[in-house]
Design a protein. Structure first.
Length: 103
């Protein structure tokens, strides 16, 4: 299986009441993605960020990309091709704690 690296397109990030939606580019593909408010909250707590959720997304974009890539390359996308990151996915794929982390 060929691994594709997804990159969040920051200009596509939109906040809704229960999730953030965004698009990722992966080679010649664009994939519709989202992350739940709970998952963002878990990342904020883990990294001990003192930001609002909106501000934290800018800081956490690399972590969100990592989670999207883990899930996408595991083949865990919706039937319609969209990718949704939940709090369960944060637990499944773990937190990034290297020097490249958001904290």
């Amino acid at each position: 299986m060929r691994v594709i690296w997804l990159k969040v397109l920051p200009e596509t990030i939109e906040a809704a009441s229960q999730r953030l939606s965004f698009q990722c580019s992966g080679g010649e593909r664009t994939i519709n993605c989202s992350i739940t408010v709970e998952a963002v909250g878990d990342l904020i707590q883990f990294h001990r960020l003192d930001f609002s959720q909106g501000e934290a997304v800018d800081v956490l974009v690399k972590e969100i990309e990592r989670l999207a890539n883990e899930k996408f390359n595991d083949g865990r996308v919706e039937k319609n091709g969209e990718l949704g990151i939940t709090a369960t996915d944060v637990l499944r794929y773990g937190f990034q704690t290297t020097d490249d982390s958001a904290a």
